[in-house]
Design a protein. Structure first.
Lengths: 140, 473
């Protein structure tokens, strides 16, 4: 289910992702990002990639988590279509996120309609209490 | 924010609050309206607050809101007091433009246009997901990043004389690949020799109008209807990763609590981290030079095959529009070496500068300004005035005015292709959605951007070109 929306931004892509929990908002943020590049609803989920990222604060954690998707696409042609359960823990002053990315390998049938260069901190918002919301501007 | 009019084409944000210098903006009333609608002015003010900034923070006529620095931002920093900032270069390091001339005329090419585009589309990997045709080893990728276009020429991609007509001769010698992360290298390996998506493109163009015959002739442009090839692309995932890596490590080391915007993160130029970023950025710059060199080579191959010859297809120039460099400029009456950041701005050096190719040293460097998809592009020439007005810089393109999301809502790729066909332009792309996002209506009027550059004196008009065939990444 889609729980994200895009907002007006002159040059880049600005989106908000929502969730009943912060973890769900993180899942939705990944799908929102991916929707800029391919139609995740049309991509299978036979491949699984375990993911662990860290950040010294929640925003850096979010950047590292979303950049993992760009990295996996560039280097392994991995197309994310689902995000498994997310756990976010604070360990020795750092945030650690663990999850399982599910998706498929790129083939000529998949239309790739855009390039996301990077995840920026610009106008980034993470509301850590209900209603959980994540706002991101991606450089495209 | 207070904006003082200097003359018809330039405006100043006077020094206030924490600004170390004023900010100067080149724009017409019309362009200014657009700029006022987003955060460009606030971002220019933020740049003017950075440590060691010299003279003025500058904003080019095509400016729009970026992250940290505005797109179309130019700033110079003192080498001892100043900083270097990945956000002042941008994520697409050495995104740039390369222009090839030819002796072909419109009529020669129109007959074979479809075949030319089909072959180019086959040879030059476009769009995302389509990796380069060559799978490289890590060792070779590092060599590419160390040597740039020189590596490409040594390996059979293009001609030795191409290097003389590439900014930095196609190689920033300060590159040090040992500072590249494993991830940056991994992302670079499958992407060398690819155009990428977004606003990147390859066009077969014809000369529509020549404004300055003498200068055009020096550049190799003789007549209306002459065919040129323009290539617009950058350093792909490798460059993006370098920017992200150093934003992260600078933040971890220096923090961002004193900065008005987290994307303005920076390091002192002389610090270890500052040096490492510069050397890694240079490696990414080289990757992009090699990338455009390879693509130009494949285009020549296709012309050889389809048109019978690629003779006369000499490089006019290759410019970077996202880069940081060390250059000498006159500041408060003294010659001084500074670190210039150009983010979405093209170097625009006038006659005499040692950095520009010898053949152009009497007239100034070619400045290549790509328009949006299906619209005109321009060739300008750098001026000596620009050195005083903008540290030798001018615009880099049209600049967006509409979000991609809005463009997708309003336009259909298939419709745009039809409209372009009616204008006599053949379009190839791997994605209709990608075409809709790049609709020319989503961009500023490039004609107005170059007019202001010309009038303000930061880059003078030489020729106007329009596309006959477009391959969108």
């Amino acid at each position: 289910m889609k729980k994200y929306r895009f907002l007006h931004h002159t040059a880049d892509a600005k989106f908000q992702a929502f969730g009943e929990t912060l973890e769900e908002a993180f899942q939705q943020a990944a799908l929102a990002l991916v929707s800029l590049m391919w139609d995740w609803e049309k991509v299978g989920d036979k491949l699984e990639v375990p993911v662990q990222v860290e950040g010294h604060d929640m925003k850096q954690l979010l950047v590292n988590y979303l950049e993992e998707i760009l990295y996996l696409f560039d280097t392994r042609r991995f197309l994310l279509s689902r995000v498994g359960d997310i756990s976010i823990q604070k360990k020795e002053g750092r945030y650690v996120l663990r999850t399982l990315f599910k998706g498929d390998k790129y083939s000529n049938e998949t239309e790739i309609f855009g390039d996301v260069k990077a995840i920026t901190y610009n106008e980034m918002e993470i509301s850590g209490t209900a209603p959980f919301m994540i706002q991101v501007v991606a450089d495209i | 924010m207070e904006l003082k009019k200097i003359n018809e084409y330039s405006w100043e944000i006077p020094k206030h609050d924490n600004m170390n210098v004023p900010a100067v903006l080149y724009a017409s009333d019309k362009l200014l309206e657009g700029v006022k609608r987003d955060r460009t002015l606030q971002q220019a003010k933020n740049v003017a607050c950075l440590r060691g900034i010299q003279r003025n923070a500058y904003v080019m006529p095509d400016a729009h809101q970026g992250y940290g620095f505005p797109i179309g931002g130019v700033a110079a920093f003192d080498l001892d007091e100043g900083i270097i900032s990945p956000g002042g270069v941008g994520y697409d390091i050495n995104c740039g433009v390369r222009l090839l001339r030819s002796d072909f005329m419109e009529k020669d090419v129109l007959e074979k246009r479809t075949l030319l585009l089909t072959e180019i589309f086959k040879e030059v990997p476009a769009g995302l997901g389509k990796g380069g045709t060559t799978r490289l080893s890590q060792r070779v990728l590092e060599e590419v990043c160390a040597k740039g276009a020189e590596w490409a020429v040594e390996n059979g991609y293009g001609r030795k004389e191409d290097l003389l007509k590439t900014e930095e001769n196609g190689r920033m010698k300060e590159a040090d690949t040992s500072f590249l992360s494993k991830r940056a290298i991994e992302r670079g390996i499958p992407q060398l020799g690819t155009l990428g998506a977004g606003n990147h493109f390859l066009e077969i163009q014809k000369v529509l109008e020549i404004f300055d015959k003498d200068v055009a002739k020096v550049f190799g442009i003789q007549s209306q209807g002459q065919i040129l090839i323009m290539i617009h692309c950058g350093s792909r995932g490798l460059g993006h990763q370098v920017a992200s890596d150093y934003i992260k490590s600078m933040e971890n080391k220096f923090g961002f609590k004193d900065l008005p915007d987290r994307e303005l993160i920076n390091a002192p130029i002389r610090s270890n981290l500052g040096t490492q970023y510069y050397k890694s950025m240079s490696a990414a710059v080289n990757f992009a030079f090699a990338n455009r060199q390879m693509i130009a080579h494949w285009v020549r191959d296709v012309f050889s095959k389809v048109m019978g010859s690629a003779e006369g297809m000499d490089l006019i120039y290759d410019v970077c529009h996202n880069v940081a460099k060390f250059e000498e400029h006159t500041i408060e009456g003294k010659q001084k070496r500074v670190c210039i950041h150009r983010k979405g701005a093209t170097r625009s050096f006038g006659p005499g500068r040692k950095e520009i190719p010898e053949v152009y040293r009497d007239v100034g460097q070619p400045v290549l300004i790509p328009g949006s998809m299906g619209t005109a592009s321009y060739i300008l020439v750098g001026t000596s005035e620009a050195e005083k007005l903008s540290f030798g810089s001018t615009a880099h393109g049209a600049g967006r005015v509409m979000s991609r999301h809005e463009a997708l809502r309003r336009f259909r790729g298939e419709q745009i292709k039809k409209e372009l066909e009616q204008k006599g332009i053949e379009l190839r792309s791997t994605s209709w959605k990608g075409v809709a996002e790049e609709a020319s209506q989503a961009y500023k009027d490039v004609d107005e951007v170059v007019r202001i550059s010309d009038q303000a004196g930061i880059g003078r008009l030489v020729a106007k070109v329009v596309p006959l065939g477009v391959m969108k990444g």
